[in-house]
Write a protein that binds this ligand. Structure first.
Ligand code: ADP
Length: 195
């Protein structure tokens, strides 16, 4: 590390001024099928219509490229989240509104993301029970997991610890997608207004 000399980049403020917005990372965590991607894409659509520059970092999508060499063991999940958080940090420091959707099952994973992103991170807990996600089973994974065909399946073979320090909790068993999306949008405008 001693031979690595990072170069100065243009100040964040210049990038944010160019874009007319402030960088922030909305980090959606929750069980598979809880609604992370559905809500993140709804939020992105509206922000885009409002002229905001957004980038989505979706766990499944990243696993087809940047994180293609990672599985679902504890170590690999940690590295998956570390890489995603570091990428989100670069983007937020350049004024981008970043929407990450990753299960992020453990407190230590979320703490690591918060350690990397600091005050740029807004943790959004997309809450739905295992039973509700199993009933939705959007990707057919719960049926496969019930037959023991998915290794390290979150909520079954691998634990999900409920976040205690989320900036926002969206209970998708009790609210519509539209309500969840507008709650996130309200949060974003409040956060950016107070920054
Ligand atoms: P995840 O990204 O968390 O794996 P998805 O967004 O892919 O989950 O899937 C969530 C599923 O739950 C979608 O089929 C969505 O239509 C459904 N759903 C039902 N109610 C809600 C809600 N209130 N918020 C988000 N998704 C919901």
């Amino acid at each position: 590390m001693t031979d690595i000399h990072p170069h100065a980049t243009l100040p964040r403020y210049d990038k944010e001024t160019l874009l007319g917005q402030q960088g922030i990372v909305l980090w959606f965590c929750g069980l598979s099928g809880s609604g992370k991607s559905t809500i993140a894409s709804g939020v992105e659509r509206v922000l885009h219509q409002q002229g905001r520059f957004t980038i989505r970092l979706d766990g499944d999508n990243l696993r087809t490229g940047l994180n293609a060499n990672l599985g679902f063991s504890d170590d690999d999940r940690l590295e998956n989240i570390r890489r995603t958080a570091e990428l989100a940090k670069i983007l937020a420091h350049n004024g981008v509104i970043v929407l990450c959707s990753l299960i992020t099952p453990r407190g230590m994973h979320r703490d690591m993301a918060r350690g990397i992103l600091e005050e740029d991170l807004a943790l959004v807990y997309v809450k739905a029970s295992y039973a509700a996600c199993e009933a939705r089973d959007v990707k057919g994974l719960y049926a496969k997991a019930a037959k023991g065909e998915v290794a390290h399946f979150t909520g079954r073979d691998s634990g999900f610890e409920e976040p205690q320090n989320a900036e926002l909790v969206l209970d998708t068993e009790r609210m519509t997608v539209e309500d969840a999306v507008s709650e996130v949008l309200d949060f974003v405008s409040g956060r950016l207004a107070s920054a």
